[in-house]
Design a binder for this molecule. Sequence first.
Ligand SMILES: Cc1ncc(COP(=O)(O)O)c(C=O)c1O
Length: 400
Amino acid sequence: MKKNRQTALIHAPRKAPQYISTVQPPLFRASTIIFESTDALFNRHWTDRYDYSYGTHGTPTTFTLGDQIAQLEGGEYSLLAPSGLSAINLVNSCLLAHGDEVWVANNIYGPNMEHLRNLQTRYGIDVKVYNPIDASTFQPSDKAKLIWLEAAGSITLEFPDLTQLVKKAQAHQVLTVLDNTWGAGLAFNAFDFGAEHLSVDITVHALTKYPSGGGDILMGSVVTRDQKLHHQLFRMHAIQGIAISGDDAAQVQRSLASMQVRYEHQSQSALTLMQWLKQQPEFAQVLHPADSASAGHTYWEEICTNGHSAGLVSVIFQPEYDLKAVRAFCDRLSLFKLGFSWGGPISLVMLYDLKGMRALEHTHLQQGLLVRFCIGLEHPQDLIQDIENALKQLKILQNE
Ligand SMILES: Cc1ncc(COP(=O)(O)O)c(C=O)c1O
């Protein structure tokens, strides 16, 4: 058929051969996916593993990344979301209904708690908080539907008693969901951990951190080994219109090749820093699960048998350092940049006042302002030097 120029520009007459072998898989960008025939349209079903029907549903690019994340974490099925928090919200909105009870660790990622509190107010979901290092504080009623776990927990980095918490949840038919961002599938296998080879039901992962590794992409995942659960989550994912861009998926996919090397490097640097920080008199407490003085250390030893941790370490300043002083410390750091998140190339610092941040009181933490260091890929000795300089200036300021 002879075509007008405008049509010919759209329906290109020549097509280069489509498939060559490349280091990275080809990138698909799609909202519309074109069916070869009505047979192809009607013979597909949304439960097919790779059902290509519309961009929100998945493309080879997003399915490839999803498969890799599931494999990394020891799971089977995965869903991708535009941020870690949207992956968390997908789980909450899919699995919780009016009258359900949900259990949340005291040190859970703050916005997750906020989302659950919002559901509590609007939909009558009962939010209960437990102490992650004391499994006896998790007391599910017959309305309990879900328990949120995080290993190690946000900011204060207590490692939970995963074994007892998961066993108790299983005994009460409570679904276990782990925020796996810290372990990232590399510190331990959430679907086969500990001497008893226990497994959580679902993991959520902020791919924004280590899988992206660049500090420039937001993404999250939900992984399970249970096909029925996956389909339930998949339906909610579809009706909520949760989708990610092919470009972002390709970027994360590309970074996965270096993820383990980065994670192990950052884990080692954090240990080096932690040892040094412990010697500094300005800090009342140094928090890192690999440190024998940190809460939950024995659970970390039991689960993270390869000795790895995310590159995070928190310190609590001695009480004489007030907000003005701790702010001055943060402002005087040069390599550590003030910003949220972690897992990227640049080291980050953030300060927190724990007062009012937790539902339960914590007796294992000293009074004082908390600073969290997120270790990037810089040389650890330079990072130590940076903190040492800021502490020196802080002392001068205190003595003025
Ligand atoms: C433990 C944890 N889970 C989830 C998230 C949310 O990830 P995102 O920033 O991609 O929404 C974060 C972000 O800081 C986090 O620290």
